[in-house]
Design a protein around this ligand. Structure first.
Ligand SMILES: [Zn+2]
Length: 486
């Protein structure tokens, strides 16, 4: 699967324009900033945290270069879940997101949402190093550091706290203005970042390392990655963002090293999926490392068997990008025969087939794989795309209705559905899918407007109309729930 959603979201806006109803974005005004008062004294409940996390997530979707890649999404979520399963005090589900950004950074937000910058894959040499950053972030969440920080801030400076919470709500109305406001107000921070205290950092390191080790990773991954960050800082004129939010004094590195040394040394097997993910990100989503990826692939070509496999996968992607499909197939075919259940390979083979218009091959391979890996999202999204490319739109719609029901927060499903519906001239289904896309980006009024359009296009009292109207009510309810933070 190629980088679908980032490309297609532009297509969404273009097709909206073609439909004659350009989206209207509200101009930011001061009035939108709600007065959430100096009255509060209560601490944040888990429900409030979940709601704030959801609001924030919608604004991130609206403005950050999120990577909507089914393979990478599955990889970081499986890795994150493995850590979460070995963490204590887990009170919310966790979700992991990847943002295309060349600076080393990771942060956790309310509601168990953890964001990773793609650069983490550039600088981590192995899965334990990457996992150490994730384990640290997970620990900030389980220890409720952000909530405690905000509560503390609220006691010390109620106005600033109100401003921070207000900015998050403002982001709903106008993401750009909200983000700027948030940078200016939250927690009295330097450079607009939330800075955890030194004791928060020590606790996140200590508990994070425990989680890391319990989950079967090498605890040395943590001090090793801190060393990489420290080196970055040494050779850079600008402090990396991550060091604003997670300050790294020498003592932190020394403590982490001492602590890691107390764990029994154990050999952690090299992760094949980490190598595939690393190569995929650096070939497909890196905006500055063209030279680096070639060096890395050269190194991997002469490395372990797993690294050689990752190098061959990387070369396949590069050939696909250069539209050299026959050459890509020549490299991938023998590997695919040896590893017929490898999802990274199935995905790449599908891309080659589709580019060479061998739709039947692509579709039957994906259908067979789905018999084995029931309901796998990577395979389902690839299959829906293959149906669309081969102009089998009703089959695509059928699959996508089920998919979006099971994965309502995946923009990929809705984006493909707009395409499948549009090609069949089913305008109401197209509007309804656009509504979900904009709702996921926090534009509730716009979503309700689109659903009203869909509702007017179908027969009075029909099942579809009841469905659209019920969804309008749901979104209004959600909008209202969020406004009670005022
Ligand atoms: Zn931290």
């Amino acid at each position: 699967m190629k980088n679908l959603a980032q490309k297609s979201l532009i297509a969404v806006l273009t097709s909206l324009l073609l439909l004659g109803n350009p989206p209207v974005f509200a101009a930011p005004t001061e009035d939108l900033l709600p007065d959430i008062g100096t009255t509060a004294g209560a601490t944040l409940s888990i429900n409030q945290e979940m709601a704030m996390g959801d609001l924030y997530l919608r604004s991130i979707r609206a403005q950050a270069p999120l990577i909507y890649d089914p393979l990478l999404t599955q990889y970081i979520n499986q890795l994150g879940q493995k850590l979460v399963n070995h963490a204590d005090s887990v009170k919310t589900p966790f979700h992991f997101y990847l943002i295309n950004n060349p600076s080393i950074n990771a942060y956790a937000f309310f509601g168990g949402n953890v964001v990773l910058h793609s650069a983490l894959f550039r600088y981590s040499h192995n899965e334990s190093e990457l996992a150490s950053v994730m384990a640290h972030e997970i620990s900030h969440v389980t220890q409720r550091h952000l909530a405690r920080l905000m509560e503390d801030q609220q006691r010390k400076s109620p106005l600033a706290w109100a401003g921070a919470l207000g900015s998050i709500l403002l982001m709903m109305a106008s993401p750009q203005a909200g983000m700027a406001a948030l940078s200016g107000t939250i927690a009295g921070v330097k450079q607009g970042f939330i800075s955890f205290t030194q004791s928060n950092e020590q606790e996140a390191d200590r508990i994070g390392m425990q989680t890391l080790s319990r989950a079967g990773f090498d605890p040395q991954g943590m001090p090793n990655f801190m060393q990489i960050m420290a080196d970055q800082y040494r050779y850079s004129s600008k402090l990396p963002e991550i060091l604003y939010t997670h300050p790294l004094p020498d003592s932190r590195l020394a403590d982490a090293r001492n602590r890691a040394n107390q764990y029994p040394a154990k050999a952690t097997p090299e992760s094949q999926d980490f190598l595939f993910a690393r190569v995929r990100i650096l070939t497909m989503f890196s905006n500055e490392q063209g030279l680096y990826i070639n060096q890395l692939l050269d190194k991997y070509s002469q490395g372990t068997a797993k690294e050689q496999l990752a190098a061959a996968y990387g070369h396949t992607i590069l050939l696909l990008q250069d539209k050299k499909y026959a050459e890509a197939r020549k490299i991938l075919s023998p590997l695919f025969e040896k590893h017929p259940d490898n999802l990274w390979f199935i995905d790449a083979m599908t891309d080659i087939d589709i580019e060479q218009k061998q739709y039947t091959n692509a579709i039957s391979r994906l259908q067979n794989a789905l018999n084995k890996f029931k309901n796998n999202p990577i395979l389902q999204i690839n299959l829906a795309n293959a149906y669309i490319q081969s102009k089998q739109y009703p089959q695509a719609s059928q699959l996508l209705f089920r998919y979006t029901f099971n994965h309502p927060e995946d923009l990929n499903g809705w984006t493909l559905l707009t395409e499948a519906a549009g090609k069949q001239g089913k305008r109401h289904e197209e509007w309804a899918a656009y509504a979900e896309i904009v709702a996921l980006q926090g534009e509730f009024d716009m979503a309700i407007d689109y659903l009203s359009k869909a509702s007017k296009l179908v027969k009075l009292g029909s099942y579809d109309q009841r469905r659209y109207d019920a969804r309008i009510d749901q979104l209004r309810q959600l909008q209202q729930n969020y406004s009670q933070y005022k």
